[in-house]
Each structure stands twice: as C-alpha cells, then as structure tokens.
Ligand binder design. Structure first.
Ligand code: PRX
Length: 645
C-alpha cells in the first residue's frame, strides 16, 4: 500500500469549492471542543424547525445512548420538499434514468411535493399514522423515494428492504418490525431482466399477518396475483387523493426509519435512526463532502435498499435542494459505457459509486470510458469497501482526467452519514485512504485489549464521541445495540473495522475485523449464510469465510460438512448455492463451496475460522498454531481438497 503518493486539491476545483483547508480545520476544532455551539449553528443553517430544542446533545457512550436536539420539532419531508418550493419549485429534484437507456424522466420539487402528498394521504386513508412501520420493497423508481418521504410526512417509520432480497429475508424483516403495510411493485427491471417483486412479496406476506395493506406500483405490467382487500394498485388509488397533506410534527428523537444490516451473529439487526440528528448528518455531509452546490447534478449509484441510498440519494440531496439522479439499472448494461453515457446525458457533475463497480468497469477496458465526454464531471466519490490504489488511480486518471478530486467516504449503516472522508477543497488525497475525520467525529485506534494507540499505528477503529446521526437503537432489542457496539471497548463506539493511521494522521480502513463479509460493498454475516446452508437436510455443519476477489472485493467461501453417509457432488453444490439464494438473496450465494469431512475445531468445539480463512485465502504457509485443534489432521485434508480461486 503506498501512502507516499499524495494528490493536492486541483486548483480549478479549489477556486469554486465551498470549503477550504482553513475552514475545515476551524470547523473541525470547534465541532470537537464546543459541539453544542457547532451543531446548533449547523442545525439552524441547514434545517427548518417547527419549534426549538432545549439541548443540542446529551450522550453517554458507557451505554451508547444519545439524544440530539431534544425538545425540538420538525418534519423531514417538509425539510426535503416544502421549504424548497418557493425558490426551487421548478428545479429538478429527481432525474430518473431507467434500466432501458431510452427511458428517463425529471421530477421537479413541485411534482415531488404533489406525488408525496397524494401517497401520504393514501397511507393515512389506510389508517397508517405516526409510529406505524411501513415496509418498502421496491425497484429503483421514483416511487421508492415518494414512499420514503410519504412515510416521513405522516410520521410512519419506514423499513426499506433491498429488492434483491428473497421472500424469506423480506418476511423476517416485516415480522421483526411488525409492519402494517408494504409498498412494492409488480416487477423490477435490472440489466434487462425482470425481478418478481410482487410474487416475492406474496410469499412473504403469507406469513405476515400484521400487514393489512399492500400498495403495488405498476412498473412492467407483468402478471401478478391479487388479494382483494389487501392489495391496491398505486396508479388507481394515488391519483384520487388530494395533494395537500399536512405534515406531522415530529420530535427530534422520533424514529425516522429502520434499516436492517448484517452483524457477526444472528439475524440482521434493525438499525434505528431518528429524525433531526440523522437529517442534519445527511445534509451536512452531502453538502460539504460532495461540495454540492445549487447548479450541480449529483448522482449516487447505490440502491435505496442500502443506507447509502437513504442518505445520499434521498435525504441528504433533497434536504439540500439538490438535483439527485436515480438509476434503475446496472453499470454494465447494455454495456460498460452506460454510466458515462448517463453522465453525459444528464450532465452529471458529481458521481458517487462503489469500488466494486469501478473495478468491473476498469476490467472492461478504457475504451468504454474514453469514448464518452464526461466533461461535466467535477468530483468523484467512492463508498462501501476499501478501494485499492490501482482502482483509485484509474478512477482518477481515466474517468476524472485528473481534474476531479476523489472522496473516499468511510461510514456504516449505524453511522447514518459519512464519518471519515476528505473535504474535497480542503484535504489532499492519497489513493486508498479515507483521509481525515469529519465534523464531530473523534476516531481512535485501540489494540485488542482496548488500549488507545497513539501516532502511526494499526488496530481496531473506535469512535470516542457521539455525532448527530449515530444509531439510536436496534429495533425491538435495545440491549443488542449496547452489546454490539459499546461493550467491546467500553466508553467508545466499536466500528468492527480495522484501520491504520499514518504519519499525517490519515486513516486507512483495512476491512472488517469481525465475522462480517463485504461482498461488492454489501454487508453479509457469515452466520447468516451458514444458517441457510444448514437448513439442507444433508448438511451437518457449515463454516463461511471471505477470500479476496478481484472485482467483488471479497468472495464467499463455504466449507460444508455433510451428514454421515451423504456423498459430495456437483449437483449438491448447485443445490446448496441455490438454497442460500432462496433463503437470503443472490448477494449471499457462495462463490466457492468445498466439502469438508470435518471442520477444524478447538477442544471445546469452537470452529477455528482463522484457519479456514487462511485456507480459503491460500495462505497455507502462515496457518499459525494448529496444535490447539481437537484433531489437527483435519487441516491437511482441507488443504488437499482446497478449490482454486
Ligand atoms: O467495512 C466497512 C465498509 O463497509 C462497512 C459498512 O457497511 P454498510 O453498513 O453496509 O455501509 C456501507 C456504506 C456506508 C464498514 O464497516 N466500508 C464502507 N465504506 C468504506 C468501507 N471500507 C473502506 N473504505 C470505505 N470508504
């Protein structure tokens, strides 16, 4: 890893940037030394309040609890829509680009207001109100954003479930949140292929008695089953509703949404975010990390099913009155020049994507990029996984033609908004480093005993102070929030990531130090994949680890021990991979599956994943001590049968 290479802010960019190095330093110092004044000022500048707060912040990392802007009231939809109407009613709020390059449309702030108002009224007409949970299982179409904002308008708590998740995964999330309604579509379209969302929803809903209403957007017109009394067509119901929908007054700490994310144990956790702190974190970071100004056309390629889509397609950009591009398709369809063609078509100025997409496009060849103009681009962003310096350099040189700074943004679902990233007009970049902390963020590196390490070191990344958009709870299991994030290194928030800090104080995220995988920037718990595999009657036990993958960052490697008498076969491999897809979704499908006559365990029966990781990574020479294994010979058998990755 080279940390000697350093790229200064390009001069032309600096000239029109919102923030320079002096301002970044001044703000950062104040945000740490006097958070109440700093955040109080930002809250006044960036958001519209219905009534003022009694205290800016009140937090305690010995429990993990935090309250921001206590006592204040506001409404997120009003902040994202209504307050822009006077100045920006005719400005594009959303530019939607379909999977098919011939399809796109623009939704102005005024149109957004009307669409959201009607849908919010329909939800109210269905008896849905403040505090009720609404699940959203949608393709990347504008109605997904309308649905989120309609919930926010009436104070309902949304739980967006990624459209690539299986009926089983959808069911678990609906049940956990006890959602009363589901908003979905007949089918989604991605890369020219249809995704049977309503059929998946029907399978899930057959086990979700809490859902009384299912609102279905007609996207493709494909055949769907129908349950009268429960199912409603969006296009039949929404247009009949009035546009005006008075927004609910929400307390700063009222829940805004739940978003399920994977951890190292058990089922995915419902990360709960609240109203004011979340919106402030999303809008402040969107504005300054992306240097987003009124004439920018900003495009984040994430899906609204992930936190990046929440904060940086919907809430951050719309709170700032920006134009946000929403893309239904995939970067390589119809071919690998698609994203750059979309950049030219909509004159995109700020482009934010994941390293996995950058690597895939890099692999396709420069000609797909250089055949397009990209002259509108002025800033590039990266998120979701460590970006390897080679991909960074390619993004910088070939895509951005050395004129666009790259913001490598580190954060997590639990954080709500970006925590470590270069402010582009202020901070020199280094390929592969997320660089410096943002306002209010106090990172530290600790050893395995929790001792804070000073200077240029590597270790576990923790955060020492609360920030406004931090996780507030895990839905239905508040204790689990403390156990997961605040108990490992008491008094701090533990990220689950490893990091290195260099001599300039720059942070380099090295990846997860727990049993969480990062597949193409998507989080997946090894325990979830293992639970799916052991559902198969022929499987006795399974252990899943990650291994380096050229495009996806990490691939999934599964070791499977069969029941006595069962025979390994290719057919069984296919069946097991299909089972994981069915239980969780295609993103969890193992890339490699190796049968193991038994798994390496300690004498107390604990699987030694460290050893399995080494085998999967082909680091056989550095296996380390295997003498504590109950049966060390197991390892030789696994090595002999190792798959070529
Ligand atoms: O390991 C880190 C990695 O993604 C994890 C968070 O995943 P999720 O909650 O799904 O949120 C992804 C998008 C915010 C982190 O624990 N990660 C995220 N961004 C980066 C990253 N790793 C390195 N560099 C990044 N920029």
């Amino acid at each position: 890893m080279s940390d000697t290479k350093r790229y200064p802010v390009p001069a032309a960019f600096r000239q029109r940037a919102l923030m320079d190095a002096e301002m970044y330093q001044r703000w950062y110092q104040q945000s740490i030394n006097d958070p109440a004044t700093f955040w109080g000022d930002r809250a006044q500048e960036l958001l519209q309040w219905r009534s003022p707060w009694q205290s800016v912040c009140d937090w305690d990392f010995s429990t993990g609890d935090a309250r921001w802007f206590d006592g204040a009231t506001l409404n997120v939809a009003e902040n994202c829509i209504d307050r822009h109407l006077a100045q920006r009613g005719d400005k594009a709020a959303i530019i939607w680009e379909g999977d098919d390059p011939a399809e796109s449309k623009t939704i102005t702030y005024r149109q957004l207001h009307d669409e959201v108002g009607r849908l919010a009224n329909l939800l109210r007409a269905r008896g849905i109100g403040k505090g009720d949970r609404v699940c959203i299982y949608m393709p990347m179409i504008p109605e997904a954003a309308y649905a989120m904002l309609a919930c926010a308008r009436i104070g309902a708590v949304h739980s967006v479930v990624f459209g690539g998740f299986s009926p089983e995964a959808l069911k678990d999330r609906i049940q956990n949140a006890e959602a009363c309604a589901l908003i979905t579509a007949d089918e989604g379209v991605r890369g020219g292929r249809k995704v049977p969302l309503k059929a998946n929803a029907d399978r899930a809903l057959s086990q979700c008695p809490s859902v009384h209403s299912c609102i279905v957007v007609q996207r493709t017109g494909g055949q769907v089953a129908w349950q009268d009394g429960r199912d409603f067509w969006y296009h039949e119901q929404v247009p009949q509703q009035p546009v005006d929908c008075p927004a609910e007054s929400m307390d700063a700490e009222d829940p805004l949404f739940i978003l399920y994310t994977s951890g190292s144990t058990g089922k995915p956790k419902g990360v709960l975010h609240t109203t004011a702190g979340y919106l402030l974190g999303a809008s402040l970071t969107h504005r300054y990390v992306f240097d987003c100004q009124d004439d920018d056309v900003y495009w984040c390629t994430a899906d609204v099913g992930w936190v990046t889509g929440h904060s940086y397609i919907v809430y951050g950009p719309l709170a700032n009155g920006a134009t946000t591009v929403m893309f239904e398709g995939v970067p390589t369809y119809p071919d690998a020049s698609r994203v750059w063609q979309v950049v030219d078509k909509h004159q995109v100025t700020i482009f934010y994507t994941a390293p996995t997409a950058i690597r895939a496009l890099m692999g396709a060849g420069d000609q797909f990029v250089t055949g397009t103009s990209r002259a509108s681009l002025r800033l590039l962003g990266s998120v979701g996984e460590p970006i390897n310096p080679e991909a960074w350099e390619w993004y910088y040189r070939v895509v951005g033609e050395q004129r666009c700074p790259i913001v490598d943004t580190w954060w997590q679902t639990e954080n709500g908004s970006i925590l470590i990233a270069p402010i582009p007009g202020a901070v020199d970049t280094k390929p592969g480093s997320a660089t410096l902390p943002l306002f209010g963020v106090v990172p530290a590196i600790v050893d395995d005993q929790g001792k804070e390490l000073e200077g240029a070191v590597s270790g576990n990344l923790v955060i020492k102070q609360s920030w406004p958009s931090q996780i507030r709870s895990i839905y239905g299991d508040h204790q689990r929030m403390y156990d997961t994030y605040f108990s490992t290194y008491p008094g701090t928030y533990f990220t689950g990531d490893g990091a290195r800090r260099d001599e300039d104080g720059y942070y380099w995220i090295t990846g997860r130090v727990d049993d969480v995988l990062n597949i193409s920037g998507h989080r997946m718990g090894t325990a979830e994949v293992e639970s799916a595999l052991v559902l198969h009657p022929k499987v006795a036990e399974a252990a899943v680890v990650g291994y380096p993958h050229d495009v996806k960052g990490q691939g999934i490697y599964a070791f499977v021990d069969l029941m006595d008498g069962e025979q390994p076969s290719q057919a069984l491999i296919d069946e097991l991979k299909a089972l994981v897809t069915k239980e969780i979704g295609a993103i969890a499908r193992p890339d490699q599956l190796q049968f193991a006559p038994s798994l390496p365990k300690t004498r107390s029966g604990k699987i030694m994943r460290r050893i399995l990781r080494k085998i999967a990574n082909n680091e056989i020479d550095t296996l380390g001590d295997t003498s504590t294994l109950a049966d060390p010979s197991v390892v030789d058998v696994l090595i002999a049968a190792r798959l070529n990755t």
